[in-house]
Design a protein around this ligand. Structure first.
Ligand code: ATP
Ligand code: MG
Length: 584
């Protein structure tokens, strides 16, 4: 068991004793941090230029060149058969070169530069360089096919696209449909064709110094497309001012200290890979691990073991995969370098928190945010007791509430829309060319997340489900999360996705899709046992009438179970936009 963490089974709380943690947390007392919080708390951590402007990439990397961090390893990149490291100075210089390449080819500030790359060093360098240049940088998952790319790069009217020789054929297919695209920059060993440039040759043709562009705080910096449940992906635009929130949340929530070896498993095609895979952690001066390989539980443990990772930020899907492999695999490796674990992206089932406490000796700290929010909003903190299954409490300075359809606050314990008072630095500044969509997020002075939640008497927030996933059965509104969590408490159940299936009598009935842990077969006896098991844990109306065993559940590329796909499959309907659906 983690030093300073003691299990209190009666009321299912993990009690923290700050004096016994492996390291004194940056935020020692949540209530105190909330009470003394002001805009200045953010600002004093960040360097602004004399004219009041800033640059997020400068803050993440170049700011440190005046300090001993200059020659410290910023990036450890792990590839299939090689590893590379970059110091802060090297990252600063390489990204300057990339900015110079953009300048050399007449790219203008504000133009969109898209990165269609696997997790290779060039991705990180181009991201930083594009931001230093004042371009609007967009990232894409390397698994995207031509139409997903066209929906994004075409819609954003990007003028530059950086890609690899392996991925470029997918661009060739749609190139004539992207008239705004002027330059394709190809990494690696590649002889560029017409209208193409070689990344390596271009980088070698320019110098390592660049006058970083001074950006007004709310000028466009980077953009990401969320898939949206229906319709085309929408381009969420973020500003350089994001860095204020990303820096402080990385410091206070992920508890990053300069001597940490930090590993964020997220791909920069997803917002987590930008905010907490690039900007937030480097701004805090850590050594960051990027594993460019396919994720695989044994490799994960090996990375932690070999690189002595101390802080690990991952997603529930990864944790459930580790649970599926069983504790034996975890025990094969020395994971004692770890001191803080965090999770985001989907609800973190309480079972996963208890599992990690038992098998890794540390609990996962769940936190909540969205592409649109640019940084974590609600979290479990190193110094705060954990109620497994809860997302935790709002970050200091953030006001969160549960509101009704008119935007009026609901009382403690009542389910409703999770809403946040706008004004934190990293809230998106626009949806690309879609003001109407942007305006839809706001109601009665609140930013509406589109998620249902409740808050308890201690101020902890509990996720119920995406508004669209909430099930209406016999007059009861039931969130899929509690049912899924009950299911995976059964030793044979690895993952669960729960949907509402239209029913004449009850409105909807609850159907669960599950995958099994290794070594279990879906026999009648087992299914009976699972049914009996959850009957004891759930209220009559919340109990799934149907349970179906699947080999795998449909997930997004960031690892989230896609309940809308399960539902569409069940009903034989069109599954809508599937560009973010994982295809293996
Ligand atoms: P899209 O908006 O395109 O449909 P998405 O909402 O999955 O995709 P993200 O912005 O990456 O895209 O995810 C944010 C959503 O993920 C939240 O609105 C919430 O539904 C879910 N989520 C994130 N973190 C948590 C968490 N800790 N607990 C529960 N749900 C979470
Ligand atoms: Mg969303």
């Amino acid at each position: 068991m983690e030093d300073g963490v003691e299990e209190k089974t009666e009321d299912k709380i993990i009690v923290k004793d700050v004096s016994k943690l492996k390291k004194e947390p940056n935020m020692k007392d949540y209530d105190e941090a909330c009470a003394s919080f002001s805009e200045d708390t953010y600002k004093k951590e960040i360097e602004f230029f004399d004219d009041g402007t800033l640059n997020a990439a400068y803050n993440a990397v170049d700011r440190h060149l005046k300090t001993p961090l200059k020659d410290k390893t910023a990036l450890v990149w792990i590839g299939d058969d090689s590893e590379k490291t970059f110091t802060y100075k090297e990252l600063a210089e390489e990204s300057n070169r990339f900015a110079n390449v953009l300048a050399k080819h007449g790219v203008q500030r504000g133009e969109r530069v898209f990165l269609f790359l696997p997790r290779v060093p060039e991705l990180y360098i181009s991201f930083l360089g594009g931001m230093k240049f004042g371009a609007v940088v967009g990232t894409l998952f390397a698994a995207f096919g031509p139409s997903a790319i066209l929906d994004r790069v075409g819609n954003a009217e990007a003028s530059v696209l950086v890609t690899s020789p392996e991925l470029k054929p997918r661009i060739d297919e749609i190139r004539d449909q992207m008239p705004a695209l002027k330059h394709i920059i190809v990494t690696g060993d590649y002889e560029p064709g017409d209208g193409e440039l070689s990344f390596d040759k271009e980088m070698a043709s320019v110098g390592p110094d660049f006058d970083i562009v001074h950006m007004p705080p709310k000028e466009r910096a980077y953009m990401l497309y969320t898939s949206g449940t229906t319709g085309k992906p929408k381009g969420v635009i973020h500003s350089h001012y994001d860095i204020l929130h990303q820096h402080l949340t990385a410091k206070w929530i992920l508890d990053l200290h300069e001597d940490d070896v930090y590993w964020c498993t997220a791909d920069p095609g997803w917002v987590t890979g930008i905010a907490y895979g690039i900007l937030g952690p480097w701004s805090n001066g850590v050594t960051s691990i990027v594993d460019g390989r396919r994720f695989d539980p044994e490799n994960w443990y090996k990375v932690i073991h070999d690189h002595k990772v101390s802080v690990w930020y991952t997603a529930p899907t990864a944790i459930r995969m580790m649970m599926r492999e069983g504790p034996e695999l975890a025990k094969k490796y020395d994971l004692s370098s770890l001191r803080f674990l965090a999770s985001v992206g989907e609800p973190l089932n309480p079972e996963a928190v208890w599992w990690s406490l038992e098998n890794i000796g540390l609990p996962f700290h769940d936190n909540f945010w969205q592409t649109e929010t640019g940084g974590i909003l609600i979290a479990n903190y190193a110094s705060m007791d954990i109620k497994p299954g809860s997302m935790g409490k709002p970050f200091p300075g953030i006001t969160a509430a549960i509101v009704d359809k008119d935007g009026n606050e609901k009382p403690v314990g009542k389910a409703g829309d999770l809403a946040i008072r706008p004004g934190w630095p990293s809230l998106m500044i626009e949806i690309w060319k879609n003001k109407e969509k942007f305006d839809e997020y706001f109601r009665n002075g609140w930013y509406i997340t589109g998620d249902k939640a409740r808050v308890d008497e201690d101020g902890y927030f509990w996720f119920i489900g995406r508004a669209d996933d909430v099930i209406n059965t016999s007059g009861h509104r039931v969130g899929p999360f509690e049912i899924e969590s009950a299911l995976i408490e059964h030793p044979a159940v690895a993952e669960a996705g729960v949907i509402g299936k239209p029913d004449e009598l009850r409105g909807e009935i609850i159907k669960a899709f599950i995958t099994l842990q290794k070594g279990y077969d879906p026999s009648d006896d087992l299914m009976e046992d699972i049914k009996k098991f959850i009957k004891k844990r759930l209220a009559g109306h919340a109990y799934p009438k149907e349970i179906e065993v699947r080999d795998s559940l449909p997930k997004t590329r960031s690892g989230k179970i896609m309940r809308r796909v399960l539902k569409a499959q069940e009903l034989g309907e069109d599954i809508g936009d599937t560009s973010t659906l994982e295809d293996d």
